[in-house]
Design a protein around this ligand. Structure first.
Ligand code: NAD
Ligand code: MG
Length: 399
């Protein structure tokens, strides 16, 4: 039995956070909880503290909360509550912590994920936006810090499982011809394109196979999620964009494939349940029970595949273009997408405005070399400001 590992879950109150704690609870004695974090969901974080008794808990979106502290004490819980964004970085890089689950959504997760990488942790990366924004810098921090980076995104976890890798988690793709990332196609794969102007946030978040946070659900509906994942795959596995292709697979059973130079293709299959990649990464290089149902291929009967339609899913093309352009282009793409998706979720713009906002932001904000974190954060801020103006224009056009 491996020595028990001390775990920090960034984004513990979210969907990946919940699945992570579910796996942890199935293996008492294997992990101790060092820290859990949430942004503003105080109730949920307190409930988790009472149940899991972490050493620290961080409410990053607040500066203080005396009532929450009192409630923890009344429940007999010794967890120390911390506040503010800086506390995320503190717990992620703390010497007592071995493993960091990076499951904050969006650019907000970059600073603590980077801090964990620099501090040489085992980083379980769900927060793909951090890698998309700061790609080469993030990978350099992993190398410099001696961190172990294990992908949680189901596709990348599948690719990782199919690639040759050592016990330290280092992969190589020297004999790989192509990586095929599968995508469900989301809830709008076959609705008439004209209807996309009318779809609601509820429809966009009703993913056919996965239950996820709202932002990634919308990203799946536009397929920007797959675009971000293409960028993620190139960074994680050191391959060029030409070697990463996207394949629609509506059942979400085959989580991705790796085709080697000899024509063999390896795939990883499971039910669509994030506890599978989470358990894999938590226990790596061992395997442990995840709670997922056994795969019943006879009941499924058929697995189907098709090519994505670029007219229906223009965001995929924007992501390839940003990846090829390099520098701060992926950070601009990510920021524009975050602004557009949050405006759509707030019912300020239509679903079909999302690609338009992203495309015009990419055209309007100059891409520069991503020399350091400062230039990336400046590009992120410029893109957010520009995308914000385009959201206002889109509202004006609709009025
Ligand atoms: P979610 O919305 O359910 O949870 C997000 C978490 O981030 C919450 O704990 C929230 O409190 C925290 N958070 C939000 N804004 C924050 C801020 N400004 N500062 C600090 N914390 C903040 O999202 P999710 O579905 O769990 O996704 C989390 C990440 O994992 C995303 O990057 C997503 O792309 C990735 N991911 C999710 C899934 C999935 O199945 N849910 C699959 C693959 C990858
Ligand atoms: Mg994924």
């Amino acid at each position: 039995m491996t020595r028990h590992l001390s775990l920090c879950v960034l984004g513990a109150t979210g969907s990946i956070g919940e699945s992570t704690l579910d796996v942890v609870a199935r293996h008492p004695g294997r992990f101790s909880l060092f820290a859990l974090t949430g942004n503003a969901s105080t109730e949920r974080l307190i409930d988790l503290c009472v149940r899991f008794r972490p050493r620290y808990a961080v409410l990053s979106g607040r500066t203080s909360d005396d009532a929450a502290v009192r409630r923890l004490r009344q429940a007999g819980c010794a967890t120390e509550l911390m506040f503010g964004e800086k506390s995320l970085v503190e717990v992620a890089a703390a010497p007592e912590c071995d493993v960091v689950m990076a499951a904050i959504v969006g650019a907000a997760g970059l600073a603590p994920a980077l801090a964990a990488a620099r501090a040489g942790k085992r980083v379980l990366l769900a927060n793909k936006e951090a890698l998309v924004m700061a790609g080469p810098l993030f990978m350099q921090a992993v190398r410099d810090g001696g961190a172990q980076l294990l992908p949680i995104d189901s596709e990348h976890n599948a690719v990782f499982q199919c690639l040759p890798h050592d016990a330290a988690g280092r992969t190589h793709a020297r004999e790989v011809r192509r990586i095929l990332l599968t995508a469900s196609g989301g809830p709008f794969r076959s609705v008439p394109i004209e209807r996309l102007a009318m779809v609601t946030p509820e429809e966009a978040c009703a993913h056919p196979n996965w239950v996820m946070g709202r932002k990634i659900s919308v990203d799946s509906a536009t397929m920007m999620n797959k675009g971000l994942e293409v960028i993620e795959a190139c960074l994680l596995f050191g391959v060029t964009p030409e070697r990463v292709e996207v394949l629609i697979h509506p059942q979400s059973i085959v989580h991705s494939l790796v085709e080697f130079v000899d024509g063999s293709a390896l795939a990883q299959l499971s039910n669509p349940d994030m506890r599978v990649p989470i358990a894999y990464a938590l226990a790596y290089p061992e395997r442990v029970e995840s709670g997922s149902r056994p795969l019943d291929l006879a009941a499924l009967g058929q697995l189907s595949f098709e090519a994505p339609d670029p007219k229906r899913f223009p965001c995929l093309g924007f992501a390839y273009a940003a990846l090829r352009s390099g520098g701060t282009a992926p950070a601009i793409l990510n920021a524009a997408n975050e602004v557009a998706v949050s405006a759509f979720l707030a019912r300020r713009i239509r679903f079909s405005d999302i690609p338009a906002v992203i495309e015009s932001t990419l055209a309007g904000v100059a891409r520069i070399e991503a020399a350091d974190l400062g230039s990336i954060l400046a590009a992120d801020a410029a893109a957010r400001a520009s995308a914000g103006r385009r959201v206002v224009q889109a509202i004006g056009r609709a009025a």
